[in-house]
Design a protein around this ligand. Structure first.
Ligand SMILES: Cc1cc2nc3c(=O)[nH]c(=O)nc-3n(C[C@H](O)[C@H](O)[C@H](O)COP(=O)(O)OP(=O)(O)OC[C@H]3O[C@@H](n4cnc5c(N)ncnc54)[C@H](O)[C@@H]3O)c2cc1C
Length: 619
């Protein structure tokens, strides 16, 4: 019989194997995330119930802001510098796990903090998604979607805003007009530190994440690092930047778990004087002396408007809502549909990608908790590029990119299929099949996004109650132009990897696995890429347009260029839903800009109103 091992040897050996057993514990913990989130949310809700019953009795304010997301948090901050503001938010406190950038993707689709909308089945896309329905996440907490997104900080192209200025006939929305509001929220710390384009001293710190992983290779191939709203390796959501620092401001009142169901109007001119909302099952009313501002996002704001009788007249009548103002609410819906191209597999001796099983280890946890560095400080998105496909060039718009690449330096780890299925609402069986051959290999993916889609969808009510389904149809890939553009984008991405020295030095090659459902077309032919994007179609969650701004008198305008709802008084929409055209990039920073610019319009209105003090609305 072997002699017993001395205790110090037992300890030494167990530490030697920590990289095996600790990841198991970590992944076990991640598996329990649902339970953790539920418990966190229950505690927050119970304490808020008490507060709602015994403390929150005030019901009249100067302004009511509905929604504390990317735009709403900025609006509440700016208005409460001068006025009494009530901020109504449907969700609760922001879940602390989201401040760890690497957790973003794993935390999606839990009802405690995500609205978890689904589109209607898509005819020409989303083939690999259950029932062909795209899953639309949306933050439901203080900070809204800025608290759950992937932290990419971009604002789009100059032409995006010049185009909006052109269709709205208001130069305020040109690039020069919006630049000042992009800059005033920003505290930029980075390489492109040019005062003409970036702000300093704003509330939102923007920097390169401490961990950029494979980003270095993408940058050497000629592309750009992605900056994040981040501080000490932690997410800077709009809650962190704009609400937390002023939470005790006496002029700011926040009611959490308050779901606004309609705005209240009266009189010939549809004067808005308050909102109806539900808090912990109790129906309540709040009143605004000056204005109600909807910042409930691209799904919440149009839904509230329609339930209040502001929307397409015939549609509202069909679902049993009495129409009050006939406007094209819900109609100009746009989004970026994309595909996750890859995996691009690397040579075995090139362990440069981020493989969760190997790299999210105790050292990564230590680095993050001690210094805010390491792999946990990245959401996985590390570099980006905007390209013009031959389609844009043929249309004479080669100087306005029509495709965005987002480089994900994350490899196919052991639970990737399960996590993709959970986070992005993709069929788990298909994901498992597709990733099987490349599981555990160093690799990366490129998100190829249709930056200037032609598709225009719509949103409709299915009934007169807030709880009735909201029918969302983005019409992804319903037109050939979009399909051809995305196929060209995919081919450019593959070409880039396979013909660039830096990627070839890693041996990078497109996977040999065939995407399930595309077995009957020639691998890597145009027909294959078309099949790939129609199967593996994933939203980038960049929803804009259902409350589009437009020219005075335009039949397409829901709000004017000061974001006032047409045909009403005392009501504005200030969030991403007012953008009549999706910018080519990600939409968090544009939504924040809309918040800053919208607040500026509101303040100007009341500053310029000579009788602002005596002008209060009598109920
Ligand atoms: C998974 C995901 C990843 C993304 N990644 C990126 C990224 O990396 N970079 C980027 O730039 N963009 C990204 N986006 C998009 C970007 O975050 C959004 O476009 C932006 O946050 C929208 O801002 P908003 O103010 O219009 O709406 P939101 O931020 O969604 O705010 C709306 C707020 O209103 C509240 N609300 C809604 N309805 C009601 C109601 N009836 N009553 C009371 N409150 C209500 C919501 O709970 C929420 O807090 C991502 C989005 C998602 C979902």
């Amino acid at each position: 019989m072997a002699p017993p091992m001395p205790p110090n040897e037992v300890i030494r050996r167990s530490f030697q194997t920590w990289n095996t057993w600790l990841p198991t514990i970590i992944f076990g913990f991640l598996g329990a995330l649902g339970m953790y989130n539920q418990a966190w949310w229950q505690m927050d809700m119970m304490s808020d119930q008490f507060k709602a019953t015994y403390y929150d009795t005030k019901d009249t304010f100067d302004f009511i802001v509905v929604g504390s997301g990317s735009a709403g948090a900025v609006v509440a901050n700016r208005l409460s510098q001068h006025y009494n503001v009530l901020l109504l938010e449907a969700g609760g406190e922001p879940n602390p796990w989201f401040s760890v950038p690497a957790m973003s993707f794993l935390m999606l689709n839990y009802p405690s903090h995500d609205w978890m909308y689904k589109t209607v089945p898509q005819k020409h896309s989303c083939g690999a998604l259950p029932d062909r329905r795209s899953g639309w996440s949306g933050g439901k907490c203080l900070g809204g979607t800025s608290h759950i997104n992937f932290l990419i900080h971009l604002r789009g192209h100059q032409k995006d805003y010049d185009y909006i200025a052109n269709i709205t006939g208001d130069k305020e929305w040109s690039f020069d007009g919006v630049l000042k509001h992009f800059k005033s929220v920003e505290d930029y710390n980075g390489q492109w530190d040019d005062e003409r384009y970036h702000g300093h001293g704003g509330d939102m710190r923007v920097a390169l994440p401490p961990y950029t992983g494979m980003g270095e290779y993408f940058v050497r191939a000629g592309f750009s690092h992605i900056y994040y709203p981040i501080k000490d390796g932690r997410r800077v959501s709009t809650y962190k930047a704009f609400i937390e620092p002023i939470r005790s401001r006496p002029t700011l009142t926040i009611y959490k778990f308050s779901v606004v169901t309609k705005v209240l109007m009266r009189g010939e001119n549809n004067q808005v004087f308050g909102v109806e909302y539900e808090r912990h099952g109790v129906r309540k009313t709040a009143y605004a002396n000056k204005e109600v501002i909807l910042s409930a996002g691209s799904i919440g704001s149009p839904k509230i408007l329609m339930l209040s009788g502001i929307g397409p007249k015939e549609h509202l009548q069909t679902v049993g809502v009495r129409p009050k103002v006939d406007l094209p609410v819900g109609m100009n819906l746009q989004d970026h549909i994309s595909t996750y191209l890859g995996p691009f597999v690397l040579d075995e001796d090139k362990p440069v990608s981020m493989l969760f099983d190997r790299d999210i280890n105790p050292s990564a946890f230590l680095a993050f908790t001690r210094t805010g560095t390491g792999a946990l400080s990245s959401s996985g998105t590390s570099a980006t590029a905007f390209v013009s496909t031959p389609m844009a060039k043929a249309a004479g718009e080669g100087d306005w990119p029509d495709v965005q690449f987002i480089f994900l330096g994350t490899a196919v780890y052991s639970r990737m299929a399960e996590d993709m299925a959970h986070g992005f609402h993709v069929r788990q069986d298909l994901m498992k099949k597709y990733f099987e051959t490349d599981k555990g290999k160093d690799s990366f993916q490129i998100i190829v996004s249709l930056a200037r889609p032609k598709a225009v969808g719509h949103m409709k009510l299915s009934g007169p109650r807030f709880s009735d389904d909201f029918l969302i149809d983005p019409k992804y890939l319903d037109n050939e132009y979009d399909v051809k553009t995305l196929v060209e984008g995919v081919k450019m991405a593959v070409n880039l990897v396979e013909n660039t020295t830096v990627f070839q030095s890693l041996g990078a090659r497109f996977t040999g696995a065939v995407f399930p459902g595309c077995e009957n077309v020639i691998f890597r032919s145009d027909a294959y890429w078309e099949c790939f994007i129609r199967q593996y179609s994933l939203t980038l969650h960049h929803i804009v347009g259902p409350c589009s701004m437009g020219r005075k008198g335009s039949k397409d305008a829901v709000v004017d260029t000061e974001l006032k709802v047409v045909g009403t008084k005392g009501l504005r929409v200030i969030d991403a839903s007012v953008l009549p055209k999706v910018p080519i990039s990600n939409t968090n920073y544009p939504a924040i800009m809309v918040g800053e610019k919208g607040a500026h319009f509101v303040l100007n209105t009341w500053r310029n109103s000579e009788n602002s003090q005596t002008n209060e609305i009598i109920r």
